[in-house]
Design a protein around this ligand. Structure first.
Ligand SMILES: [Zn+2]
Length: 203
């Protein structure tokens, strides 16, 4: 069946019994804690419609899956919002630069990779923060289109960069660094208050 989007586009998909599942890709989607996230990221032309919808509905979902065009959806509102209707580049959805990972400070995935792999920076996780700034903001619920902490995405990028560094022959050092990364479930929606989420805690 065809799903209706915010601006009247159509997209193939099916609403499932489970309202947390993305109707296009069929995978689990994250809750968007506050509607201000949608207002902050949809294109200005869609503000009247999104305002009317967010006045009526809460509990929108964010689909974090690569290449699925759905950014937000709400089953009861019979609504999907696709990438073309969002003015922010969604890092979770792209695998070519620029890949935004930390929206509070403005850090790209390629910047983190460059610091770790190319420049060989960083003796500790705090160093990685110092060099890239990633995970030091606290406005993710507004700045990050997922409405959630950038932590899991930053962690995924750091881990991939450290793996690359291992392949470059710096195994011991990379393993030591990897051990300092907090284990907060890559791919899961972090259940952390948005104003404290980016403060790093080592294990
Ligand atoms: Zn999806």
């Amino acid at each position: 069946m065809a799903l209706g989007t915010l601006s009247g586009l159509t997209l193939e998909g099916t609403w499932r019994e489970d309202p947390t599942v993305c109707p296009h890709c069929g995978r689990a989607a994250w809750p968007v804690p506050q509607n201000i996230t949608l207002i902050s990221h949809v294109r200005e032309a869609e503000w009247p419609r999104v305002k009317a919808l967010t006045d009526r509905f809460k509990g929108f979902r964010f689909c974090p899956h690569l290449r699925c065009p759905v950014v937000y959806f709400h089953r009861d509102a019979d609504l999907v919002v696709v990438e073309a209707e969002v003015r922010t580049r969604v890092g979770y959805k792209v695998d070519a630069p620029p890949i935004p990972v930390c929206y509070c400070i403005g850090v790209l995935a390629e910047t983190i990779r460059e610091e770790i792999v190319v420049k060989g920076c960083c003796d500790s996780l705090q160093d990685i923060q110092r060099y890239t700034g990633a995970r030091t903001g606290k406005w993710c619920h507004i700045t990050n289109p997922s409405g959630r902490c950038c932590g899991p995405m930053v962690q995924r990028v750091i881990e991939a960069a450290l793996r690359e560094r291992v392949e470059a022959g710096l195994a011991e050092e990379a393993r030591r660094l990897a051990e300092q990364i907090p284990a907060d479930g890559v791919g899961e929606a972090p259940d952390i208050p948005a104003d404290t989420c980016c403060r790093l805690t080592g294990r």
